[in-house]
Design a protein around this ligand. Structure first.
Ligand code: AAE
Length: 229
């Protein structure tokens, strides 16, 4: 199976209106920038996007929000995005807010074939609304369902032609669990190398989870490396 695509446009050519997408990243770090640019150019709409956050107005999923391509966001953090706030308050955008650990675990469960799990996070809050509650070791837990997506878009530092991925630093964040949970996972990498060139001990996501891979064109490094004082 050839997994290598020329670019984001060809790797995402069959994304359609109304689909559910997972997009890796945390804040502005580890964002599938080339994939997002291709989706903006393609103009697909009515999307459900599962992502920790929705970028900022001019970066990440914020670019898709500007074009009104997103119908629903499933996220854990939604600050620092004025257009997001406007669409939410006007009723244009549906938002499901999930505790951050539950979001990560719902993606991981989806990738691991676990349909649901119990967690104490959110008990006694709006998150619990209409969810089954069970007690374990004297503590209340709520039932959370796994998440999967038609496409998962992830960004890695290096990848090989078999789809094995290495993430760099905190860009690892939501990318590995989302890579497992996509029916089709599309990985964009800063450097694409031949199969066998990566040290197997360094691989974070095994190629079996990745159906498509391409080398991204350019990455905007919004987060600078800080030197310790
Ligand atoms: C705080 C978060 O979850 C992510 C962000 O900083 O955007």
């Amino acid at each position: 199976m050839n997994k290598v695509f020329d670019d984001a446009t060809t790797a995402l050519q069959d994304v359609q209106d109304g689909m559910t997408l997972m997009l890796g990243g945390f804040g502005l770090c580890g964002i599938p920038e080339n994939g997002i640019a291709a989706l903006v150019a393609k103009g697909v709409r009515n999307l459900t996007c599962i992502s920790n956050n929705a970028g900022v107005d001019d970066f990440g999923i914020g670019l898709m929000l500007q074009q009104r391509q997103v119908r629903k966001m499933i996220s854990s953090y939604v600050g620092e995005n004025a257009e997001f706030e406007r669409q939410l308050l006007s009723g244009e955008l549906e938002v499901e807010l999930i505790p951050q650990g539950s979001l990560a675990e719902r993606c991981r469960a989806g990738g691991a074939g676990i349909p649901a799990f119990f967690t104490p996070a959110g008990y006694g809050t709006e998150v619990q609304d209409r969810k089954e509650v069970r007690w374990f070791n004297g503590k209340a837990h709520i039932l959370e369902y796994a998440l999967t997506a038609d496409f998962a878009l992830v960004k890695a530092w290096k990848g090989d032609t078999d789809g094995n991925l290495i993430f760099k630093g905190t860009a690892r964040n939501f990318n590995p669990p989302m890579a497992m949970a996509g029916k089709i996972t599309v990985a964009e990498v800063e450097e694409l190398v031949p199969a066998g060139a990566l040290d197997p001990n360094q691989i974070h996501t095994a190629g079996i989870f990745v159906q498509r891979i391409f080398q991204g064109e350019a990455y905007e490094k919004r987060i600078e490396k800080r030197t310790t004082r």
